[in-house]
Design a protein around this ligand. Sequence first.
Ligand code: PGA
Length: 263
Amino acid sequence: MRKPLIAANWKMHLNTHQASLFLHKLEQKVAAHRNVEIVLCPNYLVLQSLSLQVNHRKFKLGAQNCYWRDEGAYTGEVSATMLRGLVNYVIVGHSERRHVFLERDSDVRNKVQAVVRNGMSPILCIGETSVERAAGETFDVLHNQLTAGLANVTSDEINGIVIAYEPVWAIGTGESAHPEDAQSAAIFLRQQVTSLYGNAAAQQVRILYGGSVNAGNSNSYASQNDIDGLLVGGASLKADEFSAITEAVYALTLNNHPLTAPA
Ligand code: PGA
């Protein structure tokens, strides 16, 4: 059974003080459900202090990026090695990294490998732009980004990888993907994992949807068979809305898997 995962990508919001206040608020609103994993991804600077404050039974921590070399003369970078012990997850290949900071598939592949090598799970983001979508290239883009991102991942390591389908045109725009289209993309990605690693591995890998997820539409994505959770940007900065999203996903686990419900 794939455990639903909801990741909050705070992006470049909330300084140390603001993040601490916001976490305090979230802890009051968001309930701990052992069959749903909730991952908070603040900026690097805030990770250390939040890790001391956070209720680890309720939230895991993730980083939004990393550099793939372990150490060295790379001014301004933070390595996966440095994040080890502090976070469980690292977002890799987010569309803002690819498009604003011009990360290439080879960077993404190296980062995925560095995260895995350091014992954490990458959340590998994949998605087409509006131009690619209009040109009918969505599945080609997904295939290329996925195979490039997973190029160095072995069959022993694939288990720990999380894939996030995030159509670029849906991120931060309020224009979310049609849930059936997101499901088709997730099915396609799972088929790709099957052809690379076999069916058993593909059935274990979690695939998230991200792109203008909010409390009103989260259920329509999370209820799709091949979508195992959500990567939430803007709505994760509103405590009430984010907690409503987590509750909606939790409610689905109760409906679908009554035996996993907490006593
Ligand atoms: P959004 O961002 O929810 O604000 O669209 C999603 C993301 O960037 O992961």
